[in-house]
Design a protein around this ligand. Structure first.
Ligand code: HXC
Ligand code: NAP
Length: 268
């Protein structure tokens, strides 16, 4: 099935690697104008070049740290000045490392909350005046950690649960203006930074496969396809939802792979 977003304005914050870059590339291939943002100028430049090749109608990129509301606002304002109102906003910047609640520093915990939760808030708040109304869509990239407890992930679980509640509350506050807000929850997506950090060994990878009823890892394309659907004419009454693309991982609960990841941390 082919989607056509010719000329639509799509912003992907944290869109310069992994899953989010896959999302940006899929939108580019539908003829959208795509803007990406992250902290690294090099990653932004590299992504902008690839989006042009994929067929985007136009491409922009800007550097920002989502923890800094002024940088986020400035970057989004530039895109708005160039292209006008936003049809779609994808907010997916995140940070993750395995650490136990009792052993990480307060700054370590705060860092993840600042990137994932506060960052999502900054992105949404700054984009809000620029969203097309009616008829635009926000997608926050969440994680299974938002609703499943995982050892060594208290900071991520707390932050992503917050992201999902932001999704649900803003879906209510912005619904009457015709702005839809949903969370997309990737399962274990192979070849990504997240997997490198949370599934660093072959035995842990195998345990994740066992915990995933569909018995395979996901791909960035799996996640991107859901984002295309959510931004399409097929989804104009879907809002406030937390939608997983995870091969039924959620149905198994937390599973055991993270126990394996956390084991050495208890001994440290
Ligand atoms: C304990 C750690 C730590 C670790 C960092 N810290 N790594 N503590 N264990 N492994 C602590 C530091 O000591 C410091 O605290 C505080 O966290 C901030 O660290 P900095 O390095 O100064 O932060 P910063 O440079 O801002 O980098 C943020 C980061 C980094 C999150 C630490 O890893 C990053 O930029 N990550 C972005 C990419 C990423 O994580 N991608 C994966 C997303 S996957 P002190 O007290 O010393 O100052 C995902 C879900 C995956 O989100 C789900 C898969 C199934
Ligand atoms: P990734 O490649 O590390 O992507 C993270 C992106 O966010 C990068 O573009 C990064 O670029 C940017 N970023 C990080 N911190 C930032 C900050 N402070 N300000 C601005 N940009 C920032 O990770 P991924 O594994 O593909 O994960 C992508 C998303 O999917 C995340 O939201 C993650 O929680 C979610 N997720 C992933 C998995 C998985 O299997 N990988 C599973 C569930 C959920 P810079 O480094 O240039 O800033």
């Amino acid at each position: 099935m082919k989607f056509d977003f010719t000329g639509k304005v799509v912003i992907v914050v944290g869109g310069t690697s992994g899953i989010n870059r896959g999302i940006a590339e899929h939108f580019a291939a539908t003829g959208a104008k795509v803007a990406v943002a992250s902290r690294s100028q090099e990653k932004v430049d590299d992504t902008v070049a690839s989006l042009k090749q994929k067929g985007a109608a136009d491409v922009m990129g800007f550097v920002c740290d989502v923890r800094n509301p002024d940088e986020v606002e400035e970057g989004l304002a530039k895109v708005h000045q160039a292209w006008g109102d936003f049809d779609s906003l994808v907010s997916g910047a995140a940070g993750n490392f395995p650490a136990l609640a009792s052993k990480m520093s307060a700054n370590a915990f705060r860092t993840v909350v600042d990137i994932d939760l506060m960052g999502t808030y900054h992105v949404m708040r700054s984009a809000y005046p620029f969203m097309k109304r009616p008829g635009s869509s926000v997608i926050n990239i969440s994680a299974p950690q938002a609703y499943l407890p995982y050892e060594a992930q208290s900071h991520v679980c707390a932050a992503k649960a917050g992201v999902d509640m932001l999704t649900r509350t803003t879906a209510m506050e912005w619904g009457s203006e015709g702005i839809r807000v949903n969370s997309v929850v990737p399962g274990a997506i192979d070849g990504t930074e997240g997997m490198k950090r949370l599934a660093p060994t072959e035995p842990i990878r195998q345990m994740i496969l066992e915990d995933t009823p569909m018995q395979r890892f996901g791909t960035p394309a799996d996640v991107a396809n859901l984002c295309l659907f959510l931004n399409s004419e097929l989804a104009t009454f879907i809002s406030g939802q937390i939608i997983a693309v995870d091969g039924a991982l959620y149905q198994r609960g937390s599973g055991t792979f993270n126990r394996k990841l956390a084991e050495p941390l208890y001994k440290m």
